[in-house]
Design a protein around this ligand. Sequence first.
Ligand code: R5P
Length: 298
Amino acid sequence: MKVFSGSSNKPLAESIAEHLSLPLSPVEIFIFPDGERRIRLEVPVLDEDVVIVQPTNPPTDTHYFELFLLADAAKRSGAKSVTAVVPYLGYQRQDHIFRDGEAVSLNVIVNTMQSVKIDKVISFDLHTIKIPEIFSIPMVHQSALSLFVEEIKKQGWDGLDTVLVSPDMGGIRRIELISQMLRDMPYATIDKNRDVTTGKIDMTSVTGEVTHRALIVDDMISSGGTIVKAAKLLREKGAKEIYVFVTHPVFSADASTILQDSVVDKVYVTDSVFVPEEKKFPKLEILSLAPMIAEQLK
Ligand code: R5P
């Protein structure tokens, strides 16, 4: 097996390779002055199982295209199989037509993956459980919930006076799952409405009892608006401690600043997306997916 990394999350690729007791294989990614990329695998891969680690967070299109070129290079060089480790799958929220005239962007991604002969995709905490069904190639859908459960137990937050919270109805399955993993910990759900054209979020009520400590669980933080608004509402409803567990730290715009300035006590995320130093903030804790991914690849 040979493990390669695109440019989106080399530390995660290095850590996965380390857990597999393999070196990270070198790849040349040359960027021409006009922005085009030239990709070259610097070691032979004939008859090898090739793993490409490339979460497709912003710049999403660039990261996807690098992944496609890496897969093409591997297959042209005789790789036996190509597994794309894409812990964060860009375009996953565009998995169906919301309004007439729209593209199904995720479908375009899947078709392109297939045409560059990616054999398998490994991804984490997809926006809906229906997404793997869109894939015409095998898709392994893993979850960071067990990592979060471990941390919740380590912090002693699995006792009384704690409620799990989904910041929207769409996260109900996720919250039910983690509740079961925590011996049926009570959960609540927030009614969230997002204007499809302006993106403005509106949150007014919580279904379920809000206790002393609230643990908000979600799949991703993009602008940070969902978490900040949910935490504010939970504080108004009486929560004294608010912790956040989110798989994908996409952190677009000024997400880091608004999260640090919010009423949230701590934000736990994973390394599914690389967080550069300038986007880190004191309330942030990063848990690693590398051991789980390596286990899946073995
Ligand atoms: C939405 O349904 C998702 O589960 C997330 O809550 C959402 O995508 C987070 O986006 P933002 O951080 O921009 O509010």
